[in-house]
Design a binder for this molecule. Structure first.
Ligand code: ZN
Length: 495
């Protein structure tokens, strides 16, 4: 796959792997963090990585550095680094220690293993063998990313064991800056990093996005998770720092042509994806991004050419979608299970998709009804109530929605001039909308996310390139051209 035509415009001055950011404290040490006990760290405080045994998580900054090493390794050896084990909880450490006491492999005293801090990795794929070309490469290169070959100096050496001693950013949950995922004009998935409303920079992932579909992205700490309808027709998930090659995997479940997935981070640190499967039904997927994961049907049919939207209310996933009846439905349950779905009384414009967000214990949905922007609010999988904002939407277009404080904020393409508008208010009320005075490309949908008390929007401008916009919802704000070319249909995702 070739690079986007606007590559020469990219700002490549930002480091690809740097675990330290200006203005954040640096603690170059391996050990306790976050007030947690060894082996008893909540998974929600860590970032998912594709480890084969144990619990597939690392401390968020260690995960970023892991993906950076993996990218460098891949460019040398042609495949991502093989990660056997990362975080290890106390129960597993106790079991391994008991085996060691009975003559088995060396294991640390429970409560002392660096695996229990989410800061150690055991690698395979040749790295486990002293003197192998893979091991020699890792010893020479991994320390530059903060990963040290500490297992080499164990009383019984472990070539595979590396420990992360890079920076730690206290309280690093949530995104400092959202990431953008988009399909370039060659159809390749790119991620973009930067402050919304500035030039920023983007990089390709080598993954192909199916025609007329959009990727979905959510960022936690410095690591982003992306879901796409891939060019081979199946769901792919990707994980990495925005603006790097990252790590993708085929979920091996088919996605309906012309439809796009939606992704959210669950409170347990796993990611959930909602999508329209090739059977025309709503499905949900759960797992660590960049791994196969697990998908299951919700057993409810979706309107052709429409896409679902997913959020979290409490500990459950909640999905809004246009059912095959043409009505707005909501679904709730654990991702990867059948769950339960119920119709609202709201009808949706043909071929349009709803957008969902959580406000307290309720779900809020934005959708196109009769050519106007409507919002709906209610307990997930109940009838709830909806009302018009009295703002006209471009024919056949769909909105995007997020939560700012206790209000909802919506980005949409307005009727008339076809420009980008944002709306703010309580869902199920008229609220207030304003033009950004920025034009949008026909056939594309904007994407909105929350940044503090403001919102950021990514969209395809009428020039065909990726724009980001920043401001308070329902104000003019300010936008900037990223100078990156996009697919003519679909749209970017920001989060
Ligand atoms: Zn180890």
């Amino acid at each position: 796959m070739t690079e986007a035509k606007n590559l020469q415009d990219l700002d490549k001055s930002m480091p690809e792997a740097g675990p330290t950011q200006i203005g954040r404290s640096r603690v170059a040490a391996t050990g306790a963090w976050g007030g947690y006990s060894n082996g008893e760290i909540p998974l929600s405080a860590m970032t998912a990585v594709p480890a084969q045994v144990g619990q597939p998580y690392l401390r968020p900054d260690a995960a970023v550095a892991f993906f950076a090493v993996s990218r460098a390794y891949e460019s040398r050896f042609g495949s991502a680094v093989s990660l056997t084990e990362a975080y290890r909880d106390l129960a597993r450490q106790k079991a391994l220690y008991a085996v060691y006491q009975n003559g088995g492999t060396l294991a640390a005293v429970p409560g002392t293993s660096v695996h229990g801090w989410g800061q150690a990795c055991d690698f395979g794929g040749g790295i486990q063998t002293p003197g192998s070309v893979q091991k020699l490469w890792m010893n020479a290169n991994a320390p530059a990313f903060g990963w040290q070959p500490r297992g080499d100096s164990f009383s019984s050496p472990e070539a595979w064991h590396f420990e992360y001693d890079g920076s730690y950013e206290p309280g690093g949950s949530g995104a400092a800056s959202p990431a953008v995922a988009f399909a370039t004009n060659t159809g390749e998935l790119w991620t973009w990093a930067g402050a919304p409303g500035t030039l920023g920079f983007g990089t390709g992932t080598k993954l192909g996005v199916a025609a007329n579909t959009s990727p979905a992205v959510r960022t936690f700490g410095d690591t982003s998770a992306v879901a796409i309808n891939s060019t081979n027709g199946s769901l792919y998930t990707w994980s990495g720092r925005a603006g790097t090659l990252g790590f993708g995997a085929d979920a091996k479940v088919g996605v309906r042509p012309g439809t796009s997935p939606s992704i959210v981070r669950m409170p347990n640190g796993q990611y959930a994806v909602a999508f329209q499967a090739t059977d025309g039904g709503l499905w949900t997927w759960v797992g660590a991004p960049g791994t196969v994961g697990f998908a299951a049907p919700a057993r409810v049919g979706m309107k052709d050419k429409t896409s679902p939207s997913i959020t979290v209310v409490g500990a459950k996933a909640v999905v809004a979608f246009q059912a095959n009846t043409g009505a707005l439905w909501t679904w709730t349950g654990d991702p990867g299970t059948t769950g339960g779905a119920t119709s609202t009384t709201e009808g949706m414009a043909a071929g349009t998709s709803p957008a969902i967000t959580a406000i307290g214990s309720k779900a809020a949905v934005a959708f196109n009804s009769g050519g106007n922007l409507w919002t709906w609010s209610g307990t997930p999988a109940t009838i709830g109530g909806g009302s018009s904002t009295k703002l006209g939407m471009w024919p056949g277009s769909s909105p995007s929605m997020t939560t700012v404080g206790s209000n909802a904020a919506v980005a949409f393409r307005a009727s008339g001039g076809g420009g980008l508008y944002t709306w703010s208010g309580q869902p199920d009320t008229v609220g207030f909308g304003a033009s950004t005075k920025l034009g949008m490309k026909d056939g594309t949908v904007p994407s909105i996310t929350t940044v503090g008390t403001n919102v950021a929007v990514a969209f395809e401008a009428d020039s065909g390139s990726l724009y980001t916009w920043s401001g308070a919802p329902a104000t003019t704000g300010f936008g900037a051209d990223s100078r990156l070319g996009m697919y003519p249909v679909g749209g970017p995702s920001i989060g």
